[in-house]
Write a protein that binds this ligand. Structure first.
Ligand code: CTP
Length: 400
C-alpha cells in the first residue's frame, strides 16, 4: 500500500524510541522507502545499527561524517521525502521545533522539509501537561504540522496518564490515511456516517437504549477514510476510539441530538451511511428527578422519535448516495426491500441476527447488500472486512 512512498522518520530522545524499529519494519513491509534521521540523544534509547538494518539505509545523525567530512544534506533529505514523521517527539525537540532552533541534523531537516510533517509526542504526563508543552503542540499545529495524539496509559516513570506515544500500528494507519487523501478512490469525497446506539432518558440515571456497540459504523468510517474520503462520524454513546486523521467525530446521546448533527452535515455529504441503531421510541416525559420505587407497577409512555434516515431520503439530491441498515428478525429480505424503497436509499445493508458470527458487540458480521437491481449475500467475516465490502459497493455505485 505504501509502495514507492519516501518517508523520513525522525527519532528523538524518548524511551518510546524503542518502538521506532517496529514502525520502520511495518513501513518497509508495505513497500515504503524509509530514511531515518535521529537526534544524537536518541542513540541512547535505540541503536543506529538496529535502525539501519531494518530500514536498509545508513541512519543520519550528524550534519557531516567526522571521518571524511562528507556532508549529510538536510536540504536534500527535506526535498526527497513525500512525508516526514517524527516519532517519538520529545519535549526538548518539540520546543526547539516550535521556536526555530536548528542545532542538529533532525532539526535542520525539519526546517528544510517541503513535505507534510506529522509528529507523535512522547513524554511523562507532567511534562506533557505543562503549559509550555501544550503551547508548543499548538504552535506546531498552527505551523501546519499534524499531530499524532499522545495516548493515555502506563508511562516509563510508572505513572499513568497522557503522554504515551501512539502505537506503531496506529501510526501506520495515520500514514495510510495521509496518502489515501491524495491517492484513494474516494479522494475529494465527503462522507457522513452514523454509528452506535442512542440513549433516551427515563430519568437522570436510567434510559431506553439498545445493545449496539458502534463497531460496524466505526469500521465503515475507517474504511471510507482509508479510501481518502473526508468523513464526519456522528456516534451515540460508545467506548470506541477513532483516528482523527480523515475523521471528524461528533459524539451525541439522544436520537434528537443525532438528528441535528446528521442534518447539519448531510447537505455537504456525497456519501451517507446510516448504521446507527437509533432508538425508535423515547419516554414522553423524562422525570427530572430519579424515579423512586413504590412497589407498584410503573408505566412509562413512549413516543416515536424522528426517523432520521427517512428525512434524508426525502431530501436526497441526485448527486448524493444514501445507504441504510436493516436489522430484521422476520421476513428479512422483504422488509429490507420495503425500507430500501420507503426511505429512498441507493442500497441497504441487511444484518442477520440468525448467524452466530453476527450481532451486537461481536467483531464479525454477516450481511446481504440489497439494491434496486438485486442482492448479494456475503460470508460472515470481520467487521473491518464487511466495512470494506460496503465501501467497495459505494465505489461501484458512484461509478454508475
Ligand atoms: N434509522 C434512523 N432513524 C430512526 C430509526 C432508524 O435514521 N429513528 C435508520 C437506521 O440508522 C437504519 C435504518 O433507519 O439505517 C433502519 O432502521 P430499523 O430500526 O431497522 O428500521 P425502522 O425504519 O426503524 O423500522 P422497524 O423498526 O419497523 O424495523
Amino acid at each position: 500500500m505504501l509502495s514507492g512512498k519516501k518517508i523520513l522518520l525522525g527519532i528523538t530522545g524518548s524511551i518510546a524510541a524503542y518502538k521506532a524499529p517496529m514502525l520502520v519494519r511495518l513501513l518497509v513491509k508495505e513497500g515504503a522507502d524509509v530514511q531515518v534521521v535521529m537526534t544524537p540523544v536518541a542513540k541512547d534509547f535505540v541503536t543506529p545499527l538496529t535502525l539501519s538494518t531494518v530500514s536498509g539505509h545508513p541512519v543520519m545523525i550528524e550534519p557531516f561524517e567526522p571521518s571524511d567530512g562528507s556532508w549529510n544534506s538536510h536540504v536534500d533529505m527535506g526535498n526527497w521525502a513525500d512525508l516526514m514523521v517524527i516519532a517519538p517527539l520529545s519535549a526538548n525537540t518539540m520546543g526547539k521545533m516550535a521556536h526555530g532552533i536548528a542545532d542538529n541534523l533532525l532539526l535542520t531537516t525539519y526546517l528544510a522539509a517541503k513535505c507534510p510533517v506529522y509528529f507523535a509526542p512522547a513524554m511523562d504526563l507532567d511534562m506533557f501537561q505543562h503549559p509550555t508543552t501544550q503551547e508548543n503542540v499548538n504552535k506546531l499545529m498552527a505551523h501546519g504540522n499534524k499531530l499524532i495524539e499522545a495516548q493515555v496509559g502506563e508511562l516509563a516513570s510508572g505513572l499513568t496518564g497522557a503522554g504515551r506515544m501512539e502505537e506503531p500500528e496506529q501510526i501506520l494507519q495515520v500514514i495510510h490515511r495521509h496518502f489515501a487523501i491524495t491517492d484513494g478512490k474516494l479522494k475529494g469525497h465527503k462522507a457522513l456516517v452514523s454509528a452506535g446506539p442512542t440513549f433516551e432518558a427515563i430519568d437522570p440515571v436510567r434510559f431506553v437504549g439498545n445493545h449496539s456497540s458502534g463497531k460496524m459504523g466505526f469500521a465503515i468510517a475507517e474504511a471510507l477514510a482509508n479510501q481518502g474520503a473526508d468523513v464526519t462520524l456522528v456516534t451515540g454513546p460508545t467506548q470506541l476510539k477513532t483516528l482523527s486523521v480523515g475523521i471528524t467525530r461528533i459524539d451525541v446521546t439522544t436520537a434528537a441530538e443525532m438528528q441535528q448533527a446528521v442534518e447539519e452535515s448531510y447537505e455537504k455529504a456525497g456519501i451517507t451511511v446510516m448504521s446507527a441503531a437509533v432508538s425508535d421510541y423515547k419516554p414522553e416525559n423524562p422525570s427530572p428527578e430519579k424515579i423512586k420505587k413504590t412497589g407498584e407497577d410503573l408505566t412509562i409512555k413512549l413516543v416515536p422519535t424522528h426517523d432520521i434516515l427517512q428525512t434524508l431520503g426525502k431530501n436526497k439530491r441526485n448527486d448524493q448516495l444514501l445507504v441504510g441498515f436493516a436489522l430484521e428478525t422476520t421476513d428479512e429480505h422483504k422488509n429490507a426491500r420495503k425500507k430500501l424503497d420507503n426511505k429512498n436509499l441507493d442500497f441497504i445493508v441487511l444484518n442477520s441476527l440468525k448467524d452466530n458470527k453476527a450481532g451486537f458487540g461481536k467483531d464479525t458480521n454477516k450481511i446481504t447488500i440489497i439494491d434496486h437491481a438485486g442482492e448479494k449475500e456475503y460470508e460472515a467475516k470481520a467487521k473491518s472486512e464487511v466495512a470494506e465490502d460496503i465501501v467497495q459497493t459505494v465505489i461501484a455505485h458512484l461509478a454508475k
